[in-house]
Design a protein around this ligand. Structure first.
Ligand code: AGP
Length: 606
């Protein structure tokens, strides 16, 4: 994840900017830079690698200036070079950015046609030239940013300073978090409160779609409709922590809200954003020649693998054998010659998963693991470790790690399909484009939690809850049930919707909420008929679908309206409402949401 900082200071800010960036190192980065307004002009220093390289650059070429921005970059568009490091700038504007600008290619073409010269491969540079272009049309810096924001698509956070403006910094948040800090005669900007802890504990978190105009005297905050809004100033406790809850009540809530940002970064690690194609690391095996993929994991990670089974079989036409690791480790399943075995694990330390990895390794499989902790045992014992860039996941119930696992697995499925030529280059670009839209769609879902809070009031009264889904929605039904039971302690089960009539329908009566995960895909009509079977027996249906409520032909207890997205990407999107339902139900139940009873974040024993 990238890190953003900004300071409107009373004295030179370069050292404080680097100190603030150091507190964001936990987010991971491969280059860094700062820019300041010095005697009215914009100046910057950038360096590849660690902050100490930037510090030595500043020792030899110091920066003055009381107004500045800084950035730690995790390379997304373009290689981790100094040239691609932030801040990006023209003579008038300097920008630091976290996230993805989905439509940067179109913006870049239009701006180049107007004579703008681009120096880098980054999407961020399109923002710099867009704002510059608006100012060239005569708009003030503030109006230029307001106008530019209407043209940007994606999940991003921005920090912006201007030549000739020593008392102005603008921030914008659309998907990636941003915090504003209040000092005495100074103002601050940071990706989270941790970065600002050395300067202040008085923090305001911008909300989805907010943008803000900072001056030393204070801040004006505007919502996405440009209406002036007030946001609460809270006292941050981040000074001692390295990861804090931000303005959320629980880590799980914060991590649900981090998904647009961390999915953007994870996707950008496996996709060539400029080409719009997958850019998957070499696994040391010829993907064109594999005849079977074995997948094993536990819990939520297993459900991610189950989604991947559908993706790989349907898109790459390769058979997938999958099982929970605690079973596969003892099954002594026969393994193919030169097969690929994929292990999914947030912690990278789950004992059953590690044992199965070792079984597959001694039986000649090429081992790839998808992990959130790159130094973990599973990562170290794999031939290829594929990181999810979810950042530290503190809540025991896995949320952002799950959708980041899906992001990597989706890119793996596309990479195998391309190697086996089971998809055309055009189809690949369509799948990749669909993935790149997901952060924005998740942002739109988490923006309004009220529907989930309302449904949670009813769910909290249930003693049994069923989740139904077909195709790739079936693992999402399983995952949704796991989320609910593990944090609210309400019994919940996920079923393949087609299985209902083979027994579980005996459970249905008016006391049983049935949560149906049903995007309008090729299986939707079949799931509809299952819903009608439930409704006919008084089951309380909660439908999660992009189909309008009045189109399903049966009574619904509740309906969560989803945006319509590619059938390929629905698991990434539909996981989020199931997370929010579980979270808000647990809040009503008063359980320990982040540390549920009996559970550990990493199960390192059998
Ligand atoms: C998910 O919410 C649970 N915390 C649990 O099922 C978890 O996914 C499982 O224990 C696997 O952990 P891992 O991803 O660290 O291997």
């Amino acid at each position: 994840m990238c890190g953003i900082v900004g300071i409107l200071g009373k004295s030179a800010v370069a050292t404080n900017l680097v100190d603030a960036l150091r507190r964001l190192e936990y987010r991971g980065y491969d280059s860094a830079g700062i820019a300041t307004v010095e005697h009215g002009a914009l100046e910057r220093r950038r360096a590849e690698g660690k902050l100490r390289n930037l510090e030595s650059r500043l020792l030899s070429e110091p920066l003055a200036g009381r107004t500045g921005i800084g950035h730690t970059r995790w390379a997304t568009h373009g290689r981790p070079t100094e040239r691609n490091a932030h801040p990006h700038m023209t003579a008038n504007v300097s920008v630091v950015h976290n996230g993805i600008i989905e439509n940067f290619r179109e913006l870049r073409l239009a701006l180049e046609a107007k004579g703008h010269r681009f120096e880098t491969e980054t999407d961020t540079e399109a923002v710099v030239h867009l704002i510059t272009d608006e100012m060239k049309r005569g708009l003030s810096p503030i109006d230029a940013v307001r106008e530019a924001l209407t043209h940007l698509q994606g999940a991003f956070a921005l920090g912006i300073i201007f030549a000739g403006n020593d008392d102005l910094m603008i921030a914008a948040r659309q998907g990636s978090p941003l915090a504003i800090g209040y000092g005495s005669g100074e103002m601050y900007l940071g990706s989270d409160a941790i970065a600002l802890a050395p300067f202040t504990d008085a923090i305001t978190y911008l909300e989805e779609g907010d943008w803000a105009v900072l001056r030393r005297a204070g801040v004006e905050i505007f919502d996405r409709s440009n209406a002036r809004v007030e946001r609460p100033v809270i006292k941050s406790v981040a000074s001692s922590l390295l990861v804090d809850k931000g303005n959320h009540r629980h880590f799980m809530a914060k991590e649900i809200h981090e998904q647009p940002e961390v999915i953007s970064h994870t996707l950008a690690n496996y996709i060539d954003m400029v080409e719009g194609r997958v850019n998957f690391p070499d696994l040391g095996i010829d993907l064109a020649k594999i005849n079977r993929v074995t997948i094993s994991a536990c819990g939520t990670a297993y459900y991610a693998g189950l989604v991947a089974k559908y993706w790989i079989e349907r898109t790459a036409r390769v058979a997938v054998e999958i099982d929970v690791a605690s079973e596969m480790r003892y099954r002594e399943t026969p393994l193919p010659q030169d097969g690929l075995a994929v292990f999914v694990s947030q912690s990278g330390e789950t004992a059953d998963t590690l044992a199965t990895l070792r079984y597959c390794k001694v039986n000649g499989q090429r081992i790839a693991s998808i992990v959130n902790v790159r130094t973990s045992t599973i990562a170290r014992e794999s031939h290829a470790a594929l990181p999810t860039l979810a950042g530290p996941e503190i809540g025991v119930a896995s949320t952002k790690a799950f959708t980041c696992q899906l992001s990597v697995l989706a890119c793996l499925a596309i990479a195998i399909a391309r190697a086996r030529a089971t998809i055309t280059p055009q189809q690949e670009m369509e799948l990749v484009a669909a993935l790149m839209e997901i952060p924005r769609h998740i942002s739109s879902i988490i923006r309004n939690e009220q529907p989930f809070i309302d449904i949670a009031q009813e769910l909290s009264k249930a003693t049994d809850v069923l989740y139904l889904g077909r195709g790739t929605s079936f693992p999402i039904a399983l995952e949704g049930a796991l989320k609910l039971k593990e944090i609210s302690y309400i019994h919940a089960e996920g079923y393949a919707a087609g299985e209902l009539k083979h027994g579980p329908i005996a459970l249905i009566d008016e006391r049983v909420p049935v949560i149906v995960v049903a995007p309008q895909d090729d299986l939707f009509e079949k799931t509809l008929s299952n819903m009608q079977e439930v409704a006919a027996r008084g089951g309380q249906i909660i439908l999660i679908s992009d189909a309008p409520a009045d189109s399903v032909g049966c009574k619904l207890a509740a309906h969560i309206q989803m945006p319509t997205v590619s059938a390929f990407t629905t698991p990434l999107l539909y996981a989020v409402p199931t997370q929010l339902l579980a979270y808000h139900t647990a809040v009503v139940m008063g359980t320990d949401v982040d540390q549920p009873r009996n559970l550990a974040k990493s199960v390192t024993v059998e």
